[in-house]
Ligand binder design. Structure first.
Ligand code: PRP
Length: 183
């Protein structure tokens, strides 16, 4: 679905599907160049990263392998607590591997801070992060992000993997949800 299909449910549009795809292609080309001659493992964080993982990996011109983690953030409400439980671990032993974590969004950065610490303890050859979207608070996080698609305002944004109550992940455009949808 695109923004026309849910026009009454969005307060504003930030990026069209075409803009997202163009940016994904640029990042894929950068990754191709940066990892030339290396054996890259992309690690997607379920569920939001499904869209970016599928598009990023297919926009790349070189080989990559893919694996997935599912994590759950402890704590009440919609804010990350930074305490994370692994619901599904990697199938791959990442010791000595070049690993690129693929995320849909970094908000507080707490989830990723935990994840990176956890993955680093498994002694990968390299560990970098790609996120399609980044919220303002993430800028003050200690986690260093190598590839960023777009910055977003601190609003309730949905689309391209970002959900509200499990919906809108399949929206190709990216926009702020209208308050009447969630209030
Ligand atoms: C999102 C996103 C990150 C996390 C970022 O996942 O995919 O994992 O939130 O938030 P933070 O930077 O504040 O820690 P979410 O828990 O919403 O699960 P989902 O991917 O299944 O939507």
């Amino acid at each position: 679905m695109d923004a026309n299909d849910v026009s009454g449910e969005l307060a504003s549009l930030h990026y069209t599907g075409a803009e997202v795809q163009a940016r994904v292609k640029e990042i894929a080309a950068q990754i191709d160049a940066d990892y030339e001659g290396r054996r890259l493992l992309l690690v997607g964080v379920l569920s939001g990263a499904v869209m970016i993982m599928a598009d990023l990996s297919r926009a790349m011109k070189s080989h990559c392998e893919m694996d997935w983690m599912a994590i759950s953030s402890y704590g009440a409400g919609t804010q990350s607590s930074g305490v994370v439980r692994i619901l599904k671990d990697l199938n791959t032993n990442i010791e000595g591997r070049d690993v690129l974590v693929v995320e849909d969004i970094i908000d507080t950065g707490l989830t990723l801070a935990y994840l990176i610490q956890n993955l680093q303890s498994r002694k990968p050859a390299s560990l970098e992060i790609m996120t399609m979207f980044r919220k303002p608070e993430a800028l003050s996080s200690s986690v260093k992000v190598r590839y960023v698609g777009f910055d977003l305002p601190n609003e309730f944004v949905v689309g391209y993997g970002l959900d509200y109550a499990g919906r809108y992940r399949n929206l190709t455009d990216v926009g702020t949800l209208a308050p009447h949808v969630y209030s």
